[in-house]
Design a protein around this ligand. Structure first.
Ligand code: NAD
Length: 381
């Protein structure tokens, strides 16, 4: 197991594809920040294999990262740490302090998946999922990036018509640590009529909106240069503030085209004409729902990566699927979502775009080969 070295932190700006290709006015610093090791071509990666198929898919993604590093001339130093059910079994907690400390010190974190039948009936604080929430909170990652890309080889896996699904390439940027899931007051009570009620609060501060908006503008700038902000500003005050602040932040990104859409319309447009979207930014609850809806356009959760990033410090990169205990240890797990998460780690975590591209292209070639093999097999049989 490689030793993790403490590294000084510096914040780097992301550069990349821009609409029109011209030089753009940049904000003072990138909000999709990442750590860079003291040694410019060496990076410390914490691996959290977790449970079920987690160790299987992380091992493959680790190899992909090492190959990309050797081809591109940088070194990746890996340190494997315990998390989830594996940590519960070994040390009695789902997120040991040493794991969080190592993760914080590293340049990026790659997580497999956590959970399984064995720990399903544990008390809440002893569930593997508690470890996941704790590491997200401990790293201060507030932006969740969920791409939904329909690959040509898998277009028939979509439930949408081929002409609607093909070519879809959407990134949903979801605010992860605020809004109605965390807003207070919340709880149960009694109304004026003595009837039992449950209540929650949708609440956003300017600073929370500004920082997620900047992440989304940075991401859109690296993609097709179009950002659609989704809200419910016709009804909700928190959404009115959201729209006002996203519009204000837009002045820092003149190279990105901003539009606004109400969430009910966005849910409809995602299945009517998903190709109209490039990057979507939205709050926690709308993002939860819309990112799942966008994922399903691709037809395969085994292919979907994700990234969670904060203002500074390392990002957390993981497939969206779970630990699949039903197929664990049977060599049936599809590692592509984790490999694509590794590509996101390189692109959004370390700013190594050409290395990320190598992994993405390798994945697509692998898929094409698999698809050709399958067609050949079908033809012969
Ligand atoms: N982020 C995470 O770590 C995460 C996310 C979701 C669920 N979970 C946990 O995972 C466990 C199982 O949950 P679930 O069954 O609801 O969801 P799941 O994603 O693990 O599995 C759903 C279905 O998809 C299949 N599947 C998932 N990933 C696959 C892959 N890479 N290759 C091939 N098939 C794959 C599984 O075999 C299963 O049939 C639970 O303990 C749950 O809490 C963890």
């Amino acid at each position: 197991m490689a030793q993790l070295q403490a590294t000084p932190v510096r914040t780097l700006s992301l550069s990349g594809r821009r609409r029109g290709g011209g030089a753009a006015t940049r904000p003072q610093r990138s909000m999709v920040a990442f750590r860079c090791s003291a040694s410019a071509r060496g990076y410390n990666i914490t691996l959290l294999p977790g449970d079920g198929i987690g160790p299987e898919v992380v091992a493959v993604a680790k190899d992909a990262l090492s190959v990309a590093g050797s081809k591109e001339g940088f070194e990746l130093r890996f340190q494997e740490m315990l998390m989830g059910g594996a940590a519960l079994d070994a040390v009695g907690v789902p997120l040991p302090d040493e794991t969080l400390a190592a993760a914080r010190k590293s340049d990026a974190i790659l997580l497999g998946a956590i959970g399984g039948y064995k720990w399903d009936n544990n008390e809440k604080h002893l569930k593997p999922e508690t470890g996941l929430l704790s590491i997200r909170a401990g790293l201060g990652v507030f932006a969740n990036l969920r791409p939904a890309t329909v690959l040509p080889q898998l277009v028939d896996a979509s439930t949408l018509k081929k002409e609607v699904a093909e070519g879809v390439d959407i990134m949903v940027v979801r605010e992860l640590t605020g809004g109605i899931y965390f807003g207070k007051p919340r709880g149960f009570g009694t109304n004026d009529k003595g009837e039992e009620i449950g209540f929650n609060t949708e609440l956003y501060a300017v600073s929370e909106i500004d920082r997620i908006a900047r992440v989304a503008f940075e991401v859109a700038r690296k993609r097709g240069g179009k950002l659609c902000s989704v809200d419910k500003a016709n009804v909700l005050e928190a959404s009115m503030l959201w729209r006002k602040r996203v519009s204000a932040i837009a002045s820092e990104y003149p190279d990105v085209e901003l539009s606004h859409m109400y969430v009910d319309n966005a849910a409809m447009q995602l299945v009517r004409n998903p190709k109209q979207f490039d990057t979507i930014v939205t709050n926690n609850i709308f993002g939860d729902i819309l990112s799942d809806e966008a994922s399903m356009i691709t037809g395969s959760i085994g292919m979907l990566p994700s990234a969670s990033v904060g203002e500074s410090g390392p990002g957390l990169f993981e497939p969206i699927h779970g630990s699949a205990p039903d197929i664990a240890g049977q060599d049936k797990a599809n590692p592509l979502a984790t490999i694509l998460s590794a590509a996101m780690l390189l692109k959004y975590g370390l700013g190594l775009e050409s290395a990320a591209k190598r992994i993405e292209l390798g994945t697509y070639i692998l898929l094409a080969r698999h698809w050709l093999d399958a067609s050949e097999w079908e033809r012969k049989s």
